[in-house]
Design a protein. Structure first.
Length: 115
């Protein structure tokens, strides 16, 4: 049986935005097919260049996916902490996120997605 949370490293080979968005869609589909409830996306957060560009573009894509009901919820890594309602809502949907190594670390280089 698959785990309820999986991880996708989009930034590993520093793709351009178009490729990163394609990978995001493909990987979220794969995670859903495998029965995962949540996905941690690693996209980087660089103040300049590809890291920050990927983060912003992928988060805009996730907003569109949420608006079209293609995903249930997502949380910016910097808000993935016990004092943020958006993070508590995600943990209610997938309690395993409470054990994630980035929980309460305010990591701008990740985004949590609830499928």
């Amino acid at each position: 049986m698959s785990q309820t949370v999986t991880e996708i490293n989009i930034k590993s080979d520093m793709p351009d935005v178009k490729e990163a968005r394609k990978r995001l869609r493909e990987e979220l589909d794969k995670a859903r097919q495998k029965g995962h409830v949540a996905v941690k996306i690693i996209h980087g957060y660089g103040s300049k260049g590809v890291g920050g560009t990927l983060r912003d573009a992928l988060r805009r894509s996730l907003t569109g996916m949420r608006n079209k009901n293609q995903i249930q919820h997502f949380v910016h890594g910097e808000r993935f902490s016990f004092d943020e309602l958006v993070a508590r809502e995600a943990i209610d949907m997938c309690p395993a996120l409470n054990r994630d190594s980035d929980y309460n670390r305010h990591n701008e280089g990740i985004t949590i997605v609830i499928l």
